[in-house]
Design a protein. Structure first.
Lengths: 282, 160
């Protein structure tokens, strides 16, 4: 009986131990799954956008972990939510969320918030929709001359006029001065506030997408404008009347006098010839 | 001679009972590796017409209703309540957000909930495939206490 009691006790102890181990294992697993305190970064592919642009939000969590849910929220200048998303990190801890800005999105500063689930942390960044960035321009390059083939302006503020009032409308062909080209048309030169991603322009480049604010001098290539400008020049305004009133009559008088002299000379020669002939007959 | 044998079986029975209780307990506590421990499940997201009939093709100018069904596992004697914010986001084929609806509510473990929201497709809307994404959060990401309460679920419909 004593032996049996001992055996039963030892088995009960073993069972209790196994139970304890299982409970410990359960808690250990639970503890192992608990998420580490992630830190997070958030950034956008550009600092400024135009309405209708695609915004790409990216970031990373540290330490890198796969399958972690990230909440992304974008708030507009007035605090209104314009985008929300739940994305999941890849094996490197990276995440991505993309959306397109509305064509009527308000100008101003936008805030992007990102937070990994259950990590007691978050991060934010900002981007802007500046009013000046609304000019969307496509440029083509022919030799050394940049030609803006289409200028789309959505408001008055986008076009900065320095001298004469030149309105650039959709479809207007303008030429950008890239040195000494087309220097005669300075009167018609105006300034357009353009946005440009690419500062170095090579011959191989066929199109440019403008993003950063940059003032570029452009010239309107219009023969009518050229004539108008020519007529409005002070030198032309003074020179043409002097030319018409002074030089032209003088030249005409000179031509008439010269023509009369020539006629007189011919008449004299004819008379001499006739005189010589009559003398010979006598 | 039988009594001691029955008594000897008692520890084995205790072990079996322990295992029977602990294994499901362990599996319920520990979610699969890589998955977030969601407390709510988005059972279904479907688009319907005004009468509640499931539909995936709409004309511009029509009203799209989005029906969301939620489920909170668990329950028992001490149900836990979870306050949540439900976001219903709709994007057009160009990734432009055309509708964002949100509601705050609370769900208890063992409870099922259903909600319907809707919007009119603008007459100038782009045609193509639209995506509806439903997300459940406890707060917004600007709050560090942010937590995703359910795996996001998507549905699609076509605008012709």
């Amino acid at each position: 009986m004593i032996g049996r009691k001992k055996t039963r006790r030892s088995v009960t102890k073993e069972t209790a131990c196994i139970c304890l181990v299982l409970v410990a294992f359960a808690f250990a697993l639970q503890g192992a799954h608990a998420q580490p305190p992630y830190s997070i970064t958030v950034t956008t592919d550009r600092n400024s956008y135009s309405r209708g642009d695609l915004v790409t939000i990216t970031g990373t969590i540290t330490p890198p972990d796969q399958g972690v849910d990230i909440g992304v929220e974008v708030r507009g200048p007035g605090g209104a939510t314009i985008w929300i998303d739940t994305v999941t990190t890849d094996f490197s801890g990276n995440y991505l969320s993309q959306f397109r800005l509305d064509l009527s999105a308000p100008y101003g500063v936008y805030t992007v918030w990102a937070s990994p689930t259950g990590s007691n942390t978050n991060s934010w960044c900002e981007f802007t929709i500046p009013q000046a960035a609304e000019t969307t321009t496509t440029m083509t390059i022919s030799g050394r001359t940049l030609t803006i083939i289409r200028v789309v302006t959505t408001g008055v503020a986008e076009t900065t006029v320095t001298e004469s009032a030149v309105t650039v409308t959709v479809g207007t062909t303008v030429r950008v001065v890239t040195g000494t080209t087309e220097t005669k048309l300075t009167k018609e030169t105006t300034s357009l506030t353009l946005t440009q991603t690419q500062t170095t322009v090579s011959k191989e480049t066929t199109s440019l997408t403008l993003t950063e604010t940059e003032t570029t001098t452009v010239q309107i290539f219009d023969p009518v404008r050229l004539v108008k400008w020519w007529a409005s020049e002070p030198a032309v305004q003074v020179g043409v009347p002097i030319f018409l009133v002074g030089v032209v009559p003088a030249v005409l008088i000179f031509a008439i006098i010269r023509r009369r002299r020539k006629q007189e000379k011919r008449r004299m020669e004819e008379l001499d010839r006739l005189e010589g002939k009559s003398k010979a007959e006598e | 001679m039988r009594k001691p044998q029955e008594k000897r079986r008692f520890p084995s029975a205790l072990l079996v009972i322990s295992l029977t209780l602990l294994v499901p307990l362990t599996l319920s506590i520990v979610p699969p590796v890589g998955a977030a421990p969601y407390v709510i499940t988005i059972v279904s997201v479907e688009t319907t017409d005004q009468a509640g009939n499931p539909r995936n093709v709409f004309w511009r100018g029509e009203l799209v209703m989005i029906k969301v069904k939620l489920s909170c596992p668990g329950g028992g004697y001490s149900p836990v309540s979870y306050p949540y914010i439900q976001f219903v986001r709709t994007t057009d084929p160009d990734l432009r957000m055309v509708y964002l609806g949100f509601m705050s509510s609370t769900i208890s473990s063992g409870e099922n909930q259903s909600s319907t929201t809707g919007f009119t497709i603008p007459l100038t809307a782009t045609t193509g495939q639209y995506k509806v994404k439903v997300m459940l959060w406890n707060t917004r990401p600007s709050n560090p206490q942010f937590q995703v309460l359910a795996a996001a679920r998507q549905a699609t419909f076509t605008v012709t």
